[in-house]
Each structure stands twice: as structure tokens, then as C-alpha cells.
Ligand binder design. Sequence first.
Ligand code: PLP
Length: 423
Amino acid sequence: MKHFFTFSETVQQLAEKAETRAKPYFEQIEKNTEYNQQKVLSAFIHNRIDEACFGATTGYGYSDRGREALDKVVAESFGAEDALIRHSFSCGTHTLGTALFGVLRPGDTMLSVTGRPYDTICPVIGIAGEKGQGSLADFGIHYKQVDLTGEGKLDLDGIQDALRADPTVRLVYFQRSRGYTLRPSLSAEEIGRAAEAIKKVSDAVVMVDNCYGEFVQTVEPTETGADLIAGSLIKNPGGGIAPCGGYIAGKKEWIEQCAYRMTVPGLGREVGASLGNNRELFMGFFNAPHVTGEALKTAVFAAALFEQMGFSPTPAVDEPRRDIIQALRLQNPENLIAFCRGIQSGSPVDSFVTPEPWDMPGYPCQVIMAAGAFTMGSSIELSADAPLREPYAVWMQGGLNYHSAKVGILRAAEEVLKRQSRT
Ligand SMILES: *Cc1c(COP(=O)(O)O)cnc(C)c1O
């Protein structure tokens, strides 16, 4: 057989050991994938998806059969009463922002219980210093937060105290994924236990930023007690096929409110031409459980490989996974650069590009990124980001299929080893 890629003896041996170490975790991932794939397939069958669902509407987009059917498929797959999935959500932040504005009204308070939210959500809330852009704060909606405990866990007592002290809290906000921190990501069960504690003292809406979490477990937060979840289609639920978009799922009453914010009061979900995007959204959502499984295998393999090389992965190989993100502490900026260059060189698109650290707006230090994706900015495709500062960690995620993503990871390992042997 022909060798399309050559790796040093060292990398080949490390890879073999890493794969052996990863095997039992791959088996668990495959089981989850099979369960989730059946869940989604059965939702397609129940909702009688047919070719007419892939037709395009234009103009107002009234009675778009595919759009309406896909909302039902997503709701059923996530164990939710209702859902909105649209190509017209620009990104995850737009989708999450729509849900926040959909539920909250002037005088209400939003309570984040996972500390400060993901960077791009802060200007939506109005806590990033921007003024006059029409943030929640500009509309008289207040913000409070309860930080995670020292171990990165939810502070249930602190949350209940905050709710008892402030009856204006209308929405309690969770971020399931670690984002670009090293705290552990939250499981649907942990969110469920917190939701139960919240409902004891408040009737606030429990909302979860579910980005990177979809199909990682066999339940979604909507099945364990969350009222609303939202996420991006260029991550897990787009299956690497959706070209853009987002989804919101949850209780009917709140989805209705979100629909009025998504378009305008009066029209809500009755309008919104699909313009021929339905087929890709259906196909992407159908493939999402499988692709998420491939991304998880890629993450476990990377953790096992870099552990062999003496670096510490978070989560560790044997830790349960709640999202597709893998952080690797690579000890110095040179290793971060070498890692990202290796990932880039093993990508199907833009493999010849050399990533350079740059001054990314909003960051106090330089950041280097690797992304060789079919969809611009897609992070269900193999990608990596690293701010060049302590703790010198790279956050990597994605992989449309394990076999190709493995090449990217091996190239990254090779680059890091090469750099180390030079010093
Ligand atoms: C990706 C992501 C978002 C949304 O980001 P976009 O770049 O706007 O899609 C929000 N929260 C978390 C935790 C994310 O990972």
C-alpha cells in the first residue's frame, strides 16, 4: 500500500500506543453515537420527511413545509416541545442573543450561574463596555452572575441565595461548554440538578448556551430540566454540512417569544424564506450525531497522544466528555505555534497556508489559529486556537471524520517534536 503521509518512527509508535489507550473510550463514543443517530432517524421517520421538504421558498416564505418540518425534527430529537432552526441566524451569538431578547423584558434581571459568559455574549448583555448598540442593558435589563466554585462546579447554594434575594430574575443562564477556559464542561445531568434547585425558589426561565454540547451525551439539557437551549449550526448540530445558522429549542411558550424576536412581533415564525437551504440543514442535522462522535474520537486520540508526549490534556483521556473541546497545555508559545501549523498542514482546505500569531481584537495577547475548513469559521471541522500566554494551552475541536482528523493531529505532534529536538 502506498504511504500518502510519512511520519517519524517516534510519532508512529506514539500513535499506536495512543490509539490502544483510546480504544475503550472510542467504544463508549460509538455507543452514544448509535443511540443518538437512532434518535434523529426516528424523528425524521415520525415527521414523514420527504423530498418536498427540500424545496426552496422565496419572498415571505409563507408555509415553507421543510422549515416547519425541520423545526419538529429538531424539537423531537432534543426532547423539547418546540424548536426554531434557521439558516438566517448569522452565528451562535446571534441565536443566543435572539433567545435572550425573546424572553427578557425591561426591569427583568438575567442571572448567569457559570460566571462571565463567552466573550461575544458580553456585548449582547451590555457588560463589555459598549454603549448605545441596543444591548440588554440599554433596554433596562439587569445582569448578575454567580461564579463557579474553585473546582469549576455550579454553586447551588449561591444560586438559590441570589434568586431569593432578587425576585426580578427572569432568566437563569448556563454555559455548558468550557469555552476557552480550563474549567470542566457541564453535563446535562448537572444542569438538571441545578434547574431543580432553581425551580424550588423561582419561576425564572432556565436557559443553556448549548454550543459544542449537542449529541455528546445521550440526553440534552432540554431533557433534564432546561426551558431553552440554543447553539450554532457550524458546530455539532450542523453536521459539517449546514452552511450557517443556529437553533433554539425548548418550551413552546418561550420558543414563541423567541420567534417574535427572530423576525418581528405579529409575524414570528410564519415568515422566513428558506432560499434552498433546507436540504443542507436536514442533511447536516441528520449527520450531526455521527460527526459529533468523530470529533469526540479525534479529541480523545489527541489527548492520548499528547499525554504520551508528556503534556497534560484537559479533559484527560479517561474523563467524561460534555463537549467536543480538547485543551492541551503545551508549555510554551513555540509549541503552540508548531501545533497549529501541523493541524493546518493536515487540513483538506488551505493546507499550504502557514498560520501566524496575530493581535486579535478583544484579546490582551497574540492568538494563533488553525482552520482549514470547507465552511468559513466552522469548528465542527478540525480547528485549533491558542492565545500565546500562560497556561500556554491550545484548544482544539472538530474533525468531520476521525481518519482525516487523525492525520492533522499526527502532523501537529510531528511539528511539536521537531521543534523540541531543535532546542
Ligand atoms: C461558539 C460559541 C458561542 C457562539 O459563538 P459564535 O462564534 O457566534 O457562533 C457561544 N458560546 C459558546 C460556549 C461557544 O462555544
